[in-house]
Design a protein around this ligand. Sequence first.
Ligand code: PMV
Length: 329
Amino acid sequence: MPRYAKAKAHANIALAKYWGKSDKELNLPAVPSLSLTLDAFWTETSVHFDPKLSQDSCLLNGEPARDRELARIQDLLDRVRTQMKEPCFAHIKSKNNFPTASGLASSASGFAALAAATSKAAGLPCDFETLSALARQSSASAARSIYGAFVELAVGIPGDYQLAAQPLQNQKPWKICMLVASLGYERKALSSTEAMQHSKHSSPYYSAWIENAPLYYQRVREGVLKNDLQQVGEAMEQSTFAMHACMLASIPRVLFWKPATVAVLDALRALREQAQVPAWCTMDAGPHVKILCEPQHSETVANHLHAIPGVETIFHCGPGPALSFLEES
Ligand code: PMV
């Protein structure tokens, strides 16, 4: 029986955002989401089940995982172990080629790669649907990182532990570019799960978000199917700002933005309205701004934003591939 496996998954950024859970235990999303898997950001994870080990251990980017990280990893391992004939502890090694836990979607690629490597090492089925459902229970956005390019994740009906993401059907290849303007690499104080539960329980705008998010998703979806950047961009910005407004109205407020975030948003709008450069933004639970544009405009946008104080790096990303398994190295 195989005991070792290694997998590689790419991060994704939602164009139509997921925020809020319909079932906390099973980690089911309360709204549908649609994402773009990114070629430039990935996680590689190896899992080795070893009967000689007396506990699980995990190295993330060469450092022992922190307690909270290890607890989330063990949660996934435990779900897999319940299906193993001879369960035992595991040693995990994981490496990101981009900053971890700072709002750049490392939990998406991280849990997708972990779900795949753990299932394979345990000798369990590794079809993408099963892996996506397993990853989703740890991080809903991770369900989308099993697939490449444009991916959607439906609303979860409470109790549906098999909910998985799906590649967007009938998508035309679209050479779109996502620029990631990184505003520093500090770890975020609040995880996405903590922040979304907090907005669910204290934001008066949470119900408005739940009501409107499916409309933004529909518009993003139609726009992607038509390769219509303006439609996608406008709906993506609505989805983003409605999600952040919902967080901001929480008590106490949740605000991931920095002054440079606002400077980037203003500069991007000026570029679009005054210089007619078609580019739109999205943001997650972090200060960074991600910009969607055609490849022929990416240098102009990047040069313009790079000049803003507080912008550290601009990463250029395109549509990325689905999950893959790697040989032992
Ligand atoms: O999957 P989580 O728990 O990391 O939450 C992701 C939440 C957002 O990144 C803000 C939105 C999304 O759809 O990815």
